[in-house]
Structures are given as structure tokens and as C-alpha cells.
Design a protein around this ligand. Structure first.
Ligand SMILES: [Mn+2]
Length: 293
């Protein structure tokens, strides 16, 4: 009986990890964790349910990526589960996320954070900036997220990049796939912006050779026809194949990618599960890129 019980327990525990990311924290080069926070979402909430939907959905994925010719079975990735967050208190949540990312970085590992809404990237960027003051940001999104205020809030998923800009300064932020924002957000000095497409990622990635880079991907950069499971839909997005071109550029680059995040998946808005499956595939590809760079 003891053996049967322990074997069931082991099986359940293994299944609790994203795509069998079962390395321990100490063994891992990449540390995956969820931050289920959607407290400042301006339109439709639900991103707090992203990782709880992604883990079971990830069992449908192979560990091998035909695109990258890399396999998660060949690298050490830890899925640490969800960060325990005091969801009613935004400032406390931000501090908690910053502490976790700082901890991962101080262990010389790469954080791969799953949101949650996009505000969760701000404390991650602060922690990354503290370790790498020269860090550059590659940001894929339908929205600039450069508003100074949103719904009366300085700290919101629509303002997080403006807050980051305040400490990063000019020449550090590279945005792609943009198709929404107020006029001012498209005229911020020293922020690179490609509207509607991601055709210039390759050129920018070459320019950033040798630099420390953090990558943040809002899944709404994809067209709503393939990513309906998100809170702030914006027509005119890119295709998954365009995203794959970007993944290959990252894999083949000479940048030092110090961490990444994938945010704004909101499973309740896509009952087909397709959006969640797509987000899982993005997570597999980014984790493989991080683990091999
Ligand atoms: Mn967005």
C-alpha cells in the first residue's frame, strides 16, 4: 500500500508542474513562477486564473520544440508554482514580486514570470534594473502601456512602462506590435516603437548584441482571432507565425537575455482553451530560449 500511495503522490506532484519543469530551485537555470494578480485591470479581469489554467493545458505539449530544435528535457527548469500575494494591496503585491525576482537573480538564475496583468512586470523590471542597470527591454504588446495615469492610478497595467521609463530613461525600451495608446504615448522621447507589426525585431536584436535584455510579452500582441483569451482586445494583431520568427531571432541572437515574462492571458474569455494552449506554447519556447542562452 505504501508504495502505491507514494507513487500516486509522486505522479500528482509531477503533474502539478508546467510541462514537467521539475528541476529544484538549486538545480535550475530558469525559474518559472506565476503571479496571479489582476487588481488594476481596466477592462475585463481574469488574468489571475492564467497559470492555474496553463499547467494542466501544458500536458498537451511536447517537450521538444521543432521550431527551436531544443527540448525542455535537456535543460533544468524549475516551476516554483504561484507566488503568495496579498491581492487586495497593490503596493504590497509589487513589493512581493520584486523580492521574488531579486531572489532568483541573486541566485544567478533567470526569472520567467507568468502574469497576471502587465503591472506585474514593473517590479520585475525594478529588480532586474538593480542587478543590471544597463538593461534594455524588448516589449511586445498591442498597447504602449506608457500612460502617465489610468483610471486615476499611477500604478496600473496601462502605465507600467511609463513608470519603468522613469528609472530606465531613454534608449532602453523597444516596443513592437503596438496599435493602441493615446497620442502622447506614441511621442515619448527615446522609446523605440514599431506600430502594427514586428518586422524590425531582427534589426533591433542585432543592435542589442552583447547587451543585457529583458523580454516582456503581452499575449494581446497576437490578433484577437487567435488570442481571444485576454482582457483588452485590440484588432489588427500579429499572427503566431510572426511570433515564431521573433523566437528564432532571440535564439540566434548574441544578447544576454536576463529574464522574461508572459502576461495578460485571461482563460475565462476563451472557453475553447485555445488561448491558454497558445500561451503554453509561448512559455515553452521562451523557457527553452532562456535555458540555452
Ligand atoms: Mn496589452
Amino acid at each position: 500500500m505504501t508504495n502505491i500511495t507514494s507513487s500516486i503522490h509522486e505522479k500528482l506532484w509531477t503533474n502539478a508542474k508546467f510541462l514537467g519543469f521539475d528541476a529544484s530551485f538549486d538545480e535550475a537555470s530558469v525559474v518559472v513562477f506565476g503571479v496571479p494578480f489582476d487588481g488594476t485591470t481596466s477592462n475585463r479581469p481574469g488574468t489571475r486564473f492564467s497559470t492555474s489554467a496553463m499547467r494542466p493545458e501544458s500536458y498537451g505539449l511536447e517537450t521538444y520544440s521543432p521550431l527551436l530544435d531544443l527540448d525542455t528535457g535537456d535543460v533544468a527548469i524549475a516551476d516554483m508554482g504561484e507566488v503568495s500575494l496579498n491581492l487586495g494591496n497593490t503596493q504590497l503585491v509589487l513589493n512581493q514580486i520584486q523580492a521574488v525576482v531579486a531572489d532568483v537573480l541573486s541566485a544567478n538564475k533567470k526569472p520567467l514570470m507568468i502574469g497576471g496583468e502587465h503591472l506585474v512586470s514593473l517590479p520585475a523590471l525594478k529588480a532586474v534594473y538593480e542587478k543590471y542597470p544597463d538593461v534594455h527591454i524588448i516589449h511586445l504588446d498591442a498597447h504602449t502601456d506608457l500612460a502617465d495615469m489610468l483610471s486615476g492610478e499611477k500604478y496600473s497595467h496601462g502605465t507600467f512602462m511609463r513608470r519603468a521609463y522613469e528609472f530606465l530613461g531613454e534608449g532602453r525600451i523597444y516596443q513592437f506590435g503596438l496599435r493602441s495608446g493615446c497620442r502622447e504615448e506614441f511621442n515619448i522621447p527615446g522609446v523605440y516603437q514599431e506600430k502594427f507589426d514586428i518586422t524590425t525585431t531582427g534589426e533591433i536584436i542585432k543592435q542589442l548584441s552583447g547587451k543585457n535584455v529583458y523580454v516582456t510579452i503581452d499575449v494581446d500582441v497576437l490578433d484577437p482571432s487567435i488570442m481571444p483569451g485576454t482582457g483588452t482586445l485590440e484588432a489588427g494583431g500579429i499572427t503566431y507565425r510572426q511570433l515564431e520568427k521573433f523566437f528564432l531571432e532571440l535564439k540566434n541572437s548574441d544578447m544576454n537575455i536576463v529574464g522574461a515574462d508572459i502576461v495578460e492571458l485571461s482563460p475565462p474569455y476563451d472557453n475553447s482553451g485555445s488561448s491558454t494552449a497558445t500561451a503554453c506554447k509561448i512559455l515553452r519556447e521562451i523557457s527553452l530560449i532562456l535555458a540555452n542562452k
